[in-house]
Design a protein around this ligand. Structure first.
Ligand SMILES: Nc1ncnc2c1ncn2[C@@H]1O[C@H](COP(=O)(O)OP(=O)(O)OP(=O)(O)O)[C@@H](O)[C@H]1O
Ligand SMILES: CC(=O)N[C@H]1[C@@H]2OC[C@@H](O2)[C@@H](O)[C@@H]1O[C@H](C)C(=O)O
Length: 395
C-alpha cells in the first residue's frame, strides 16, 4: 500500500472517566514528520448504565474477579465494535473503506512502579476490549494493546499521546504545551521547532476525584459537575487542600504516570470522610477538589516545565477544558501563559485522544516505532500495538 494515498482510519478511546466511547474517523496521509490528519467524523457513543457499572466494579480490586475480567474483555469488544459500526453508519462510510480500527481499550489496571517478584522487576498495565471481537464483528483489521510494548521496553506505558502532539502541534517559533484534562490530567511540552525532545507526564487527577464526589453528593443522579455549577457556589478550604498537595506523586520527577490506583474510589472515599470530619459543605468539597486539580496541574508546570523550557502558550483538551471554574483557576495560577482550548488547533478537545490513537495505529500499521522514550522512559523506540487482521469473507 502506498503512503501517497490517504487511509481512512478509526480511533477508539474509552478513557479513565468511563463516560463513553470516543470514535474518531480520520484520513491520514504521509509519514512523520510530514503527517497530515483530517477528522472526517467524531462522536461519543455513551456506555449504557449496565456496562458502565460493570466497568466500575472491575476497578474494585477487592471485589473484582477473573471470570468478570474475562467476560468484560469480550463484552467491551462487542460494545467497541458496535460503537465503530454506529459511527461509520452515521458518517456514511462503509467498513470496507476503513484500513484499520485502532482501539485504546479500557484501562482496568496500571502499575508502572516495579514490584520485585521472584527476581523479576514487574510493571504492568491492562487495557481490555477484545480486538478479535472488534475485527470479527466489523470486518476491519484491529490494532489494540498499545501500552504494553512500551512497558516491555522499560517505559511507563503512558502517556502515549505526546508522540502525536509532537507531530501535530510543534510550532516552529514558540514553545507550547499540549494538555489534556480527562479523568487524569497530562501534558506534553513541545520545544520550539522540535529542537529538543518533548517532555510529557501525568500531572495527577483531572476530573476523577471531582466526578466521584459529585456522584456521591447527588446520590448518583449526576456523573460530573457540569460547567462547574456546583464548584461555583463553594469555597476552597486551603487547610484541607494543603494536606493533599503533600502526596509524594506531585514532587516525583517525570517520567511518571498514574491512574485510578491513586486517585480513584479509595481516594474519593478519603476526601468524602475527611471532608465530613472537617465540616466541609458538599459544594466546598467540590470546589476544593476542582482547585486540587488546577493547583497540581499548574504546580507541575511551574516545577518541571517553566524552569527548563521557554513556553508561550498552552492548548487544553479533554472534558476538564469545558469546566470554567477549573480553567479560570488554571489561568490564575499561570498568568504568563496564553491558554486556549484544544478547539483552537482545529481538533475538538473531546476528540483529541481518539484521533491520537488513530495516528498511533497508523504508525503501527506501517510498522514504525510510535512511542516516545523521552516521555515514557522506555529504553528504545518500539512499535506499539497488536494487530488482528481482517479476513476474506468478512463484512
Ligand atoms: N461541560 C463540562 N463541565 C464540566 N466538566 C466536564 C464537562 N464536560 C466534560 N467534563 C468532565 O470531563 C470528564 C470526561 O473527560 P474525558 O472524556 O476527556 O476523560 P477521559 O478521556 O475518560 O479521561 P482520560 O483522558 O484520563 O483517559 C467528565 O467525566 C467530566 O468530569
Ligand atoms: C494507563 C492509562 O490508561 N493512562 C491514561 C490515563 O488517562 C490520561 C492519562 O492517564 C494518560 O497517561 C493515559 O491516556 C492518554 C490517552 C495517553 O496515554 O496519552
Amino acid at each position: 500500500m502506498t503512503e501517497h494515498a490517504a487511509l481512512t482510519c478509526v480511533g477508539l478511546m474509552s478513557g479513565t472517566s468511563v463516560d463513553g466511547i470516543d470514535v474518531a474517523i480520520v484520513e491520514i496521509v504521509g509519514r512523520p514528520p510530514a503527517l497530515e490528519v483530517k477528522v472526517r467524523h467524531f462522536e461519543t457513543v455513551p456506555f449504557s448504565e449496565a456496562v458502565r457499572s460493570r466497568i466500575f466494579h472491575l476497578f474494585d480490586l477487592e471485589k473484582a474477579n477473573v471470570s468478570e475480567l474475562s467476560t468484560m474483555n469480550f463484552l467491551l469488544g462487542h460494545v467497541f465494535a458496535d460503537a465503530t459500526l454506529t459511527a461509520l453508519r452515521n458518517a456514511g462510510i462503509a467498513p470496507h473503506e476503513v484500513a484499520f480500527v485502532a482501539s485504546h481499550g479500557q484501562t482496568i489496571y496500571h502499575n508502572p512502579v516495579p514490584e520485585l517478584i521472584d527476581g523479576y522487576e514487574v510493571i504492568s498495565t491492562l487495557q481490555i476490549g477484545e480486538a478479535s471481537v472488534i475485527a470479527e464483528k466489523t470486518g476491519i483489521t484491529t490494532i489494540s494493546d498499545f501500552r504494553v510494548r512500551d512497558m516491555a521496553a522499560g517505559g511507563q506505558g503512558a502517556p502515549l499521546v505526546p508522540f502525536v502532539d509532537k507531530l501535530l502541534f510543534t510550532a516552529p517559533d514558540k514553545g507550547r504545551i499540549a494538555a489534556n484534562i480527562g479523568g487524569i490530567a497530562n501534558l506534553t511540552v513541545l520545544p520550539a521547532g522540535g529542537r529538543s525532545e518533548p517532555l510529557g507526564f501525568d500531572t495527577g487527577p483531572g476530573n476523577m476525584i471531582l466526578d466521584g464526589l459529585v456522584q456521591k453528593i447527588t446520590g448518583g443522579t449526576k456523573h460530573y459537575d457540569q460547567d462547574g455549577k456546583i464548584a461555583q457556589t463553594g469555597q476552597v478550604n486551603e487547610a484541607f487542600l494543603a494536606k493533599w498537595l503533600e502526596l509524594p506523586y506531585f514532587a516525583a520527577q517525570p517520567p511518571k504516570s498514574t491512574g485510578r490506583e491513586l486517585f480513584g474510589a479509595v481516594c474519593v472515599e478519603q476526601w468524602w470522610s475527611e471532608g465530613q470530619a472537617a465540616g466541609l459543605a458538599p459544594q466546598d468539597l467540590v470546589r476544593t477538589a476542582t482547585e486540587f486539580t488546577a493547583r497540581t496541574f499548574a504546580d507541575a508546570i511551574k516545577r518541571f516545565v517553566l524552569p527548563a523550557y521557554a513556553i508561550e502558550e498552552m492548548f487544553v483538551g479533554g472534558g476538564g477544558s469545558y469546566n470554567p471554574v477549573l480553567m479560570d483557576s488554571i489561568r490564575k495560577h499561570l498568568p504568563n501563559l496564553v491558554i486556549e482550548q484544544q478547539e483552537a488547533t482545529g481538533i475538538p478537545g473531546d476528540a483529541k485522544e481518539a484521533v491520537c490513537f488513530a495516528v498511533l495505529g497508523y504508525e503501527c500499521f506501517h510498522q514504525r516505532p510510535n512511542n516516545l522514550p523521552s516521555v515514557t522512559g522506555a529504553a528504545r523506540p518500539v512499535v506499539m500495538g497488536k494487530v488482528v487482521r481482517s479476513q476474506e469473507g468478512q463484512a
